[in-house]
Design a binder for this molecule. Structure first.
Ligand SMILES: [Zn+2]
Length: 214
């Protein structure tokens, strides 16, 4: 079986999406690019995360053709491939309909630096224009909006996050959901204070050395 490790990670992180309440049922999707093997593991379309097995995960070449797997790949394969091909600094993509981030996306707002943890994305989370799910236009809109950020809201749809590993792409989704929740709550009380671009540069530098040094 090709990409056994990545297939196991797709199953494991799918369950984590459910446990963390970042998605429900079969919603959202995940992919991992093994650049050495030049193969991508992606969630099968419309499959319940709790029922999904490693052999259900689909293996694609970077152009989208199926290399291994009997299932149909995710309905959002277009933007997963576009991001993994364009952004050579990333190896994993997570897409969810997590409630607070999606609430802001439904307002067609960006998520500003209401809390320093927005640094998991950059100095904000940009917004991609609406287009029908699964479409080339949606993929184009995401690529245009995300730039070098690690997250991008999708108008009237959800959020996509990226990272060097599935662990980091998942962490971005989780932390941005917290920031989005704070922003929604602040907006219900009034106008929140937004951190300056200068401060977010300082935070960005600190993030580079945060955690356990090896
Ligand atoms: Zn979606």
């Amino acid at each position: 079986m090709k990409l056994e490790e990545e297939r196991n990670l797709i199953v494991e992180y799918g369950k984590k999406l459910i446990a963390s309440q970042l998605t429900t049922g079969s919603g959202g999707n995940l992919s991992i690019f093994n650049r050495k093997e030049n193969l991508i593991a992606i969630k099968p379309s419309g499959m319940d995360y709790l029922l999904m097995q490693p052999e259900d995960v689909v293996v694609l070449s970077p152009d989208g053709s199926i290399v291994e797997g009997s299932r149909q790949p995710s309905s959002e394969t277009k933007f997963h491939l576009a991001l993994l091909n364009r952004r050579t600094d990333i190896n994993a993509v997570v897409h969810t309909h997590q409630v607070y981030a999606t609430t802001i996306a439904c307002m067609n707002w960006e998520l500003p630096a209401v809390h320093y943890l927005v640094g998991f994305s950059g100095n904000k989370v940009p917004l991609a224009k609406y287009a029908t799910y699964g479409s080339q236009e949606l993929s184009d809109n995401i690529l245009e909006a995300i730039g070098n950020y690690n997250a991008c809201l999708m108008a009237n749809h959800g959020i996509v996050t990226v990272g060097a590993s599935i662990l980091s792409a998942f962490a971005v989704a989780e932390e941005i959901e917290l920031v989005a929740r704070l922003y929604v709550q602040c907006k219900s009380m009034g106008e929140p204070v937004i951190l300056s671009k200068e401060e977010m540069v300082v935070v960005g530098e600190k993030f580079k050395t945060y955690g356990q040094r090896r």
